[in-house]
Design a protein around this ligand. Structure first.
Ligand SMILES: NC(=O)c1ccc[n+]([C@@H]2O[C@H](COP(=O)([O-])OP(=O)(O)OC[C@H]3O[C@@H](n4cnc5c(N)ncnc54)[C@H](O)[C@@H]3O)[C@@H](O)[C@H]2O)c1
Ligand SMILES: [Zn+2]
Length: 375
């Protein structure tokens, strides 16, 4: 903690890294760095985002919520239980009522402080309360920093399925303070790394080669790594803000089989990023067969997963048929009934739109039974 009167640390003098998401009237900045939450007053003033601020936060980041409330004048806070269960209509209704009770005006701002669950939930509240109020994302998980806080997709789950209710509602500002990651469980950090590896694999060979050596929350170049991921997502979102052109499809690399694994295991056995890690390994095998990916590049993806403590072998208790069955219901199934696969042509380059025979898909799932070192 820096006491007032003490000289600010070197970090706090540095301007944060900034990625502009260019969406015309809905453009915004993503700021990335360390010691940023205490500088929020500076950032909201610069971006002309007014209070009152309703800070919706995950109970697990209670300490940070205190800091944010202290930093922002005229802020209220509402805690939300940790976990996917909180991404519900009931929770959204409760929060909407709180906004009304506190008379948050149209000019006020909802602030999400937490991971993707809080971002999606608070974003949905911001999209619907008074037909839409200002929204700020303060992501506290690696996944939220590189993925869910950027792009404007907000929403909640229904008992029938995930993310079935929602709205596009872009934030006015995203502040990713890497210091928030200090308390994040290692497993959650690794799950976020799966998305980081994905960005490198589909778009940026240099990023891929860097992250293949393994990344920790303390790494000096973490801000640069997050910045690169956010920039890749920003460019893709800019080209397809409302997901109508299929340009966002590349972001689904590893997600077709990943989603099927999550579904087949009732969303309990693997974190999303862990399932995506397995899905990327399977998609890499398919890329070797169908998209000309070299053996060396395929091996590098496995190395990257291993270096970041991600799973590469499927739990033997998970049934292949259950995964293949779940694939049939994948929401990314193309109109012609085939899966639109995203495959790598080389490290840093991907293509989408492939249809793959069910037989080959089954072989890719079986490939996940064997550890790369035992092949
Ligand atoms: N909107 C989008 O574009 C988009 C994209 C990807 C994922 N998502 C959504 O994001 C959600 C997953 O996000 P997530 O992985 O961040 O999950 P999460 O929000 O559940 O956070 C993961 C876990 O970490 C805890 N946590 C968060 N920050 C912490 C911190 N700094 N210290 C200690 N613990 C902390 C949480 O309590 C939770 O237990 C899913 O609901 C998914 O649908 C949305
Ligand atoms: Zn994902």
């Amino acid at each position: 903690m820096i006491e007032s009167g003490m000289p600010p640390s070197v970090e706090s003098n540095l301007p944060p890294r900034k990625v502009r998401v260019d969406l015309g009237a809905r453009s915004y900045d993503v700021l990335i760095g360390r010691e940023l939450l205490s500088r929020l007053p500076e950032f909201v003033a610069l971006h002309v985002i007014h209070g009152p601020y309703a800070v919706i936060y995950d109970v697990r980041v209670d300490g940070l919520a205190g800091k944010v409330e202290e930093a922002l004048k005229n802020a209220f806070r509402s805690s939300v239980q940790a976990g996917e269960k909180s991404k519900s209509l009931e929770q959204a209704a409760f929060l909407l009522q709180q906004m009304a009770e506190r008379r948050i005006p149209r000019s006020g701002t909802i602030v999400a402080l937490g991971g993707g669950v809080i971002g999606d939930l608070a974003g949905f509240v911001a999209a619907t309360y008074l037909r839409g109020v200002n929204f700020i994302q303060l992501p506290t998980t690696l996944l939220a920093m590189v993925d869910s806080s950027v792009g404007g997709k907000t929403g909640v789950n229904l008992p029938e399925g995930k993310n079935l209710v929602g709205a596009f509602h872009q934030p006015k500002l995203v502040v990713a303070d890497l210091d928030a990651l200090a308390t994040l469980p290692a497993k959650e950090f690794a799950a976020g790394m799966a998305e980081v590896i994905k960005y490198g694999a589909i778009r940026d060979r240099a990023l891929f080669e860097r992250v293949a050596r393994g990344v920790t929350p303390q790494d000096a170049d973490l801000a640069e790594i997050v910045e690169k991921c956010v920039a890749i997502k920003a460019r893709i979102v800019e080209g397809d803000e409302f997901e109508t052109k299929g340009e966002r499809a590349l972001l689904n690399f590893g997600h077709t089989i990943g989603h099927a694994i999550e579904k087949a295991t009732g969303y309990t056995r693997y974190l999303h990023g862990e399932a995506v890690a397995l899905g990327m390994r399977a998609a890499t095998w398919l890329s070797r067969r169908e998209a000309g990916l070299s053996q060396e590049d395929a091996r590098d993806l496995e190395v990257a997963l291993l270096a970041n403590q991600l799973p590469v072998v499927l739990d033997p208790a998970v049934d292949s048929q259950a995964i293949l069955g779940a694939l049939g219901n994948d929401k990314k199934v193309a109109a012609d009934g085939g899966n639109r696969w995203v495959l790598l042509t080389q490290s840093g380059e991907a293509e989408s739109g492939r249809t793959i025979s069910p037989n080959l898909v089954a072989q890719a799932v079986e490939y996940l039974r064997v550890h790369p070192d035992d092949l």
